[in-house]
Design a protein around this ligand. Structure first.
Ligand code: PAF
Length: 280
């Protein structure tokens, strides 16, 4: 396994790589969710690039950029264990955004203004700017993103389609702990009590799914049922709960034929997101 830190070196590596390249962009502190993306990329491509870069552009001023967990050695050891032809791209912020850097890539419209976009202004602009630059450097055949960040996946698909970028975006189902908690690098922030309380997210989604299976199709009623369940957990504070159209991400006012049910919930100081898609 090779680690590359400069933008020039990753471009040269790509110039010499004749086969297909699967790309897994990450912010590091890798877990089984990331490794699932890596395995899929390895199964479908000749080579895999995993970027590890905590992107300052996508964090708001009061968010956790400074304390976001980082452990490059452990990430490298996990990737070395994958036995695939993996290249790690681990640039510094100065390498990605040298002095004078002043370009942004932004998907406009409601898709970036609602849900996470409403709660985290500028977040998606930071994501699309870095992902665009990473795509330019790595020139992947396919890029792999977790469905846990459902809105990020939709925004990236839109950018790729609007800008006619020549690659395939592959969405990969959320990987969960045995008790249901969606894997996330931010789970490390949770104390043991909070870790238990955090199960309220997957329980609320399971509740919505069970109501859906029993025939409930009213989006407002599905939303309230989840809010009622979350309200019973004292450590949880809802940021939003949404029952939206899975393609446009617009809130459904009445009856749903299918729905992306998503939420952001604070457990103590830690903001967790999760979602599921309900289809008939
Ligand atoms: O999902 C993430 O980890 C990040 O948003 C990404 C796609 C690596 C861009 O920094």
């Amino acid at each position: 396994m090779r680690t590359i830190t400069s933008t020039r070196a990753i471009q040269l590596w790509r110039d010499a790589e004749a086969g297909s390249v699967g790309f897994v962009p990450t912010m590091g502190y890798l877990h089984q969710g990331h490794l699932t993306l890596v395995r899929k990329a390895a199964a479908e491509n000749d080579a895999v690039v995993v970027s590890i870069f905590v992107n300052p552009l996508q964090f708001g001023p009061s968010e956790d950029f400074g304390r976001y967990p980082r452990d490059l050695e452990s990430d490298q050891a996990l990737l070395a264990g994958e036995h695939a032809h993996v290249v790690v791209f681990n640039p510094t912020p100065e390498e990605m955004y040298p002095s004078g850097f002043s370009t942004a890539v932004e998907v406009e419209g409601s898709i970036t203004q609602i849900l996470e976009g409403a709660k985290r202004p500028g977040h998606f602009r930071g994501v699309t700017t870095v992902v665009n630059k990473l795509f330019n450097l790595v020139r992947p055949t396919r890029a792999y993103f977790g469905e846990k960040d459902a809105q990020q996946l939709a925004v990236i698909r839109k950018m790729v389609s609007d800008l006619a970028m020549n690659l395939t975006i592959v969405g990969v189902p959320t990987v969960r702990e045995p008790d249901g908690l969606a894997m996330s690098s931010r789970n490390v922030y949770l104390s043991p009590t909070e870790r238990q309380a955090a199960l309220v997210l997957s329980r609320a989604l399971a509740h919505a799914r069970s109501l859906w299976q029993d025939g409930e199709r009213s989006a407002p009623r599905l939303g309230s049922a989840m809010l009622d369940l979350i309200a019973r957990e004292p450590l949880a504070k809802v940021d939003y709960v949404s029952v939206a159209d899975p393609t446009t991400l617009q809130e459904i006012e009445g009856t749903a034929e299918s729905a992306l049910v998503s939420m952001a919930v604070f457990i103590g100081r830690t903001r967790l997101i999760d979602n599921t898609t309900l289809r008939s």
